[in-house]
Design a protein around this ligand. Sequence first.
Ligand code: THU
Length: 173
Amino acid sequence: MQPWNLSPVVDPRCRCPLHERPTRAGHRRPGSVGVVELEGHLEELFDAAAAVRERAHSPYSRYPVGAAIRTVEGDLFVGCNVENAAFPEGTCAEAGAIAAMVAGAGPTARIAEILTVAGGARPGSPCGGCRQKIREFATPETRIVSTTPGAAAIGWTMAELLPGGFGPDDLPV
Ligand code: THU
């Protein structure tokens, strides 16, 4: 998989396996978007997301998306986008994967990595609503990766995708 040379790489403080190694595309700028290579544990997520993408219901956008989550405990959950003739009722792949995670592992599950596969010349990025949905089950170590088949991958931390985002700790309960 060729890296998509958007802008160079990741938070230098990050020591997760995703970011341990410099990529071919560049190196290290704090807070910047990261171009990542899919290796090891991410390949498994990519395969799962690519497989579930085949089942997407996206007749209106013709933009099928697959998502795969690995939880902190190591379990894998997948989802795809499910559109609706009443357009606003459609749901994103990330939302489907999060629902599967909660259904399968319960509400205390946390996302270690979430990876999406979508079409197009370059990876998309999670929509605003999905960023908030991921935030609900994120940890400071959560990594979000967007990919396209045969092209490239980009990775972010939760803080990069949703700086200052509202979370469960903000509620006085
Ligand atoms: N979509 C996702 O599933 N995830 C995203 O992060 C971005 C957008 C879906 C929603 C809709 O079915 C189609 O892609 C086009 O927006």
